[in-house]
Design a protein around this ligand. Structure first.
Ligand code: FRU
Length: 449
C-alpha cells in the first residue's frame, strides 16, 4: 500500500496492513523513537495479538518494522505492556555495546523479552516464563525508572476485586515486590504513571492515567500513589472507549530531553487494508487553573517540521460577509489551522471553521466556538484572558482539536472527502463579528516516504 486509501492518515501512524489497537512500550533508544502496538497483521479486526513495531528519528516520520513479538516465537498472551531501556544493565541482559530494550507483556502474569540489537529482534527471558504472577484478571504492565528510590516501578491494571492499579518495584526488572493497590472504579485498562512539574517549573506531581484517558493527580513515593482528589478528569474529550476515537495512550520512556510525550490509539478509522491509527504525539503538561490542576495535551514541536506551505493573517474582524473571510477561495487537503480569537472584543455568538467545504456551502465538519456556552466543539473551554486559541489538525480521517494551548484536547474521526471539489475552507461567524488576533493555515505533507 502507498498509504493513499480514503481515511488513511498522512501524518498519523497506522499499520501498513491489518488491525492495530493499544500503544505499547513507546521509548527512545540510541537516537531513535520506538513505538510498539497491539497488532493483528492478518485481519482487520482484533485477533491473535502480535506486537507491531515502528521507529522514527523525530517522532513524526514513522517507518514500520518487522513484527517485534510474535505468537509461537514469544510465548503467552502478547497483550499490552510497556518497555524500558536498561541503561545501567540492571537486569544483566546486555551482550553488546548498546543498552538493552526490555519489554513487558502477558496476562495474569508478566513475561520479559529483550533486545540487544536496537529493537530488531527480541529474545525471551527465561524461555518466556513469567517473572511475576499477577492476580487473575490483571494485565497491561507499564514500567519506569523511579530515580528517588533508585528502582524500577511497575504499574499493572486489575479488575480483580474491583478496578485497581497494582504497584510493584524491582532492582533488576526480574524480581518484583508488591507494594500497593490503588483502587478506583473509573480505572479501566492500560494504566500509566508519570511525573510532571506543576506549571512547567513547579513541584513534581504524579499523574495516574487509564486507557480511557481518565486521570488523577497526586503524590507518589516510589511505593504508594495518593490522589489529591479521587474524582478523575478526562485528558481528551473524544469518545474515550475501545469503540471510540481515543484510547490506551502511553508515555515514552527514556526521553532524551525530559519531555513527557504521549501517543494514544485512535480507534475507528478503517480502510480496505488496515484498521486503527495512532494520535499525533503530544507533549503533556500539568497546569493550575481556577478549577484545579489539569493535564494539558499539545502536539510536540516536531509536528511543525511537516508544514509544506504556510499563510498567515492578523488583526481583522470576520463577519457573515464572505468578503471578510481570509480563507475564502483557498483549498487544503491535510493541514493545520492555528488561530487566536479575542472573544471579549467579538460580537459573534458562534464562530469557527468549516472543514472540507464544497461550492454549495456544505462541509464535512464544523468546528465552532459558542461564546455563550463557552464550548469548543461542544466541550467546555472558557476564554483565557479574553482569548480563545484553537489548533486544529485535519488529516484524511483524523481530526484533532486543541484549545487554549492544550487545556482542551478533542480527538475525533471524520471521513473527510479529499476530492478536489471538497477541499474548501471557511472561517465563519454568526450573529456578529469575531475579532481574529491571528490565523495561520499550514498545509502538511505526507509522512509516508
Ligand atoms: C485495551 C486492551 C488491554 C489489553 C489489550 C489486548 O485496549 O484490552 O487491556 O492488554 O487491549 O489487545
Amino acid at each position: 500500500t502507498g498509504y493513499t486509501e480514503p481515511q488513511r492518515g498522512q501524518f498519523h501512524f497506522s499499520p501498513r496492513a491489518g488491525w492495530m489497537n493499544d500503544i505499547n512500550a513507546p521509548l527512545w533508544h540510541n537516537g531513535q523513537y520506538h513505538l510498539f502496538f497491539q497488532h493483528n497483521p492478518h485481519g482487520l479486526t482484533w485477533d491473535t495479538m502480535h506486537w507491531g513495531h515502528a521507529t522514527s528519528p523525530d517522532l513524526v516520520h514513522w517507518t514500520q518494522k518487522p513484527i517485534a513479538l510474535e505468537p509461537g516465537v514469544h510465548p503467552g498472551d502478547l497483550w499490552s505492556g510497556g518497555g524500558v531501556v536498561d541503561t545501567a544493565d540492571t537486569a544483566g541482559l546486555k551482550t553488546g555495546a548498546d543498552a538493552p530494550i526490555v519489554v513487558f507483556t502477558g496476562t495474569n502474569g508478566v513475561s520479559l523479552a529483550y533486545s540487544n540489537d536496537g529493537g530488531r529482534t527480541f529474545q525471551n527471558y527465561d524461555g518466556g516464563r513469567q517473572v511475576l504472577a499477577l492476580p487473575a484478571n490483571s494485565r497491561d504492565p507499564k514500567v519506569f525508572w523511579h530515580a528517588p528510590t533508585g528502582r524500577w516501578v511497575m504499574v499493572v491494571w486489575t479488575d480483580n476485586g474491583g478496578n485497581a492499579a497494582l504497584i510493584y518495584t524491582s532492582p533488576n526488572l526480574r524480581d518484583w515486590t508488591w507494594r500497593s493497590r490503588y483502587a478506583a472504579d473509573w480505572l479501566l485498562e492500560c494504566p500509566d504513571l508519570f511525573a510532571l512539574p506543576l506549571d512547567g517549573t513547579g513541584p513534581t506531581r504524579w499523574v495516574l492515567t487509564d486507557a480511557s484517558g481518565e486521570y488523577v493527580v497526586g503524590g507518589f513515593d516510589g511505593a504508594t500513589f495518593t490522589a489529591d482528589s479521587p474524582t478523575p478528569q478526562r485528558m481528551d474529550q473524544g469518545a474515550n472507549s475501545y469503540f471510540g476515537t481515543f484510547y490506551a495512550g502511553l508515555t515514552f520512556q527514556n526521553m532524551p530531553d525530559g519531555r513527557v510525550v504521549q501517543m494514544a490509539w485512535q480507534p475507528g478509522n478503517t480502510g480496505k487494508g488496515w484498521t486503527g491509527n495512532a494520535t499525533v504525539p503530544v507533549q503533556l503538561g500539568l497546569r493550575s487553573y481556577p478549577e484545579g490542576v489539569r493535564l494539558t495535551r499539545f502536539p510536540v514541536a516536531e509536528l511543525a517540521t511537516l508544514r509544506t506551505s504556510s499563510q498567515s493573517w492578523a488583526d481583522r474582524t470576520v463577519t457573515a460577509d464572505p468578503a471578510t473571510d481570509p480563507l475564502v477561495g483557498l483549498t487544503a487537503d491535510t493541514y493545520e489551522l492555528v488561530a487566536e480569537f479575542d472573544t471579549a472584543a467579538s460580537t459573534a455568538s458562534r464562530f469557527g471553521f468549516d472543514l472540507h467545504r464544497r461550492a454549495d456551502g456544505s462541509y464535512d465538519r464544523r468546528v465552532a466556538y459558542d461564546r455563550a456556552a463557552q464550548t469548543l466543539y461542544g466541550a467546555p473551554l472558557a476564554p483565557a484572558g479574553g482569548r480563545v486559541k484553537m489548533r486544529i489538525l485535519v488529516d484524511r480521517g483524523q481530526l484533532e482539536i486543541f484549545g487554549n494551548d492544550g487545556k482542551l484536547s478533542y480527538t475525533d474521526n471524520v471521513a473527510f472527502d479529499s476530492s478536489p471539489g471538497s477541499q474548501g475552507l471557511r472561517l465563519f461567524a454568526e450573529g456578529g463579528g469575531v475579532r481574529v488576533v491571528s490565523l495561520q493555515l499550514h498545509r502538511i505533507g505526507s509522512t509516508w516516504g
